[in-house]
Ligand binder design. Structure first.
Ligand code: NAD
Length: 342
């Protein structure tokens, strides 16, 4: 089978993980890189031994024979880049947040549908192996029908050091991190019908909100609480683990700090160590996120090979993005927002 040829657009902080993951994945290779910043471009080309480098995406697409692009730029560039790639007949994997607003996201999904190409969002937290183990136990019916969940991410890790834009953007924790945590809630309970959100800014040095507490009503009648904080000083510091408490009609499930999964049913606890494997290129404490990058990119390659829609397709991600928009609207107007308002 021929190796799929891809190009990476955006060679910044997080894209280094994409490149390590591509190098470990069979059946696909990155043959060209593009970045407007010459230093990032040069350093990434050298680190991963890629000869073809470009400062302009249109020029790269015209010059290279590609099957897909991997867009790892920040959100403001996503819509023009997705539309350019779709118009050139390329398959696309695009980092989260997928788009700045729902109108842009819908247009991006349409552009890929019109080109009959696969569009996947790099919405990777639900692909972390520990989270996946919890989702799989729930789907197998281990705790019966889930009716309540708390999906929680609380930390005081200095994320601003590697991603300075997080301190200066108007929107912070829901748009950057909450989007993943809301997506995990969707992966467990399905789509929501309404959301109520409260937000707060504790760190005076940043512009956006660094604490968010959200209450979701799901289509299947379940309730979930999604809570996120980057101002929670705690021991152990659990960055970047998502913790879960899920109650079902036959039992309950907890994903606790240190990747400890506890499934309670028939009056007893079963305890599993669901620590992510330490891949050769990963670093603690990010190893769970880095591993999920490899898993999601592998899924993308499998979808290209089989012609199937990815689990975290652009179309699916409209529902996650709608939750983000609805959460901000709810916090701003101090009311419950129904998803069908958007
Ligand atoms: P970054 O600023 O370090 O890197 C972005 C790069 O894209 C820069 O080098 C910039 O020059 C380049 N770029 C921007 N627009 C371009 C264009 N039109 N053409 C060519 N190059 C362009 O950003 P980052 O911290 O790596 O974040 C990138 C994306 O990854 C963001 O959307 C962020 O939310 C996401 N991210 C995801 C995760 C995750 O777990 N999924 C984690 C961290 C960051």
């Amino acid at each position: 089978m021929e190796t799929l040829k891809g190009a990476l657009i955006g060679c910044g902080f997080f894209a280094q993980n994409h490149m390590h993951a591509w190098a470990a994945i069979d059946g696909a290779e990155i043959v060209a890189l593009c970045d407007r910043d010459p230093d990032s471009l040069k350093n990434t080309a050298k680190a991963f031994d890629v000869d073809a480098t470009y400062g302009d995406v249109a020029e790269m697409i015209a010059a290279e024979r590609l099957d897909f692009v991997d867009i790892a730029t920040t959100v403001t560039s996503h819509r023009p880049l997705v539309e350019l790639a779709a118009a050139a007949g390329l398959n696309i994997i695009c980092q989260k947040p997928f788009a700045e607003n729902l109108d842009d996201a819908r247009a991006m999904v349409k552009s890929a549908q019109q080109a009959n190409r696969i569009l996947m969002v790099h919405e990777n937290f639900r692909w972390q192996s520990a989270v996946r183990a919890a989702i799989s136990a729930i789907q197998k019916g281990e705790i019966g029908t889930p009716f309540f969940g708390r999906v929680s991410f609380r930390s005081a890790y200095d994320v601003y050091a590697n991603q300075p834009y997080l301190a200066t953007d108007d929107r912070f924790i829901i748009q950057d991190l909450g989007i993943h945590i809301l997506d995990i809630s969707r992966a467990i309970f399905g789509n929501a019908t309404s959301i109520s959100a409260l937000i707060n800014r504790i760190n005076p040095k940043i512009k956006g909100e660094d604490v968010a507490t959200m209450l979701l009503n799901h289509e299947n009648g379940a309730t979930s609480v999604v809570d996120c904080s980057y101002s929670t000083k705690r021991q152990p510091e659990t960055f970047p683990e998502t913790l879960l408490e899920i109650d079902g009609d036959r039992g309950s499930l907890r994903l606790e700090a240190g990747y400890k999964l506890i499934v309670h049913k028939d009056g007893t606890d079963q305890v599993f160590d669901v620590s992510p494997p330490l891949l050769p290129w990963v670093e603690r404490p990010w190893h769970n996120i880095q591993e999920s990058v490899q898993i999601i990119q592998q899924h993308f390659v499998e979808c290209l090979r089989s012609g199937t829609n990815p689990e975290t397709s652009g179309d699916d991600n409209l529902n996650t993005l709608a939750l983000v928009e609805a959460a901000y609207l709810s916090a701003q107007e101090n009311r419950t927002v129904k998803l069908d308002e958007l």
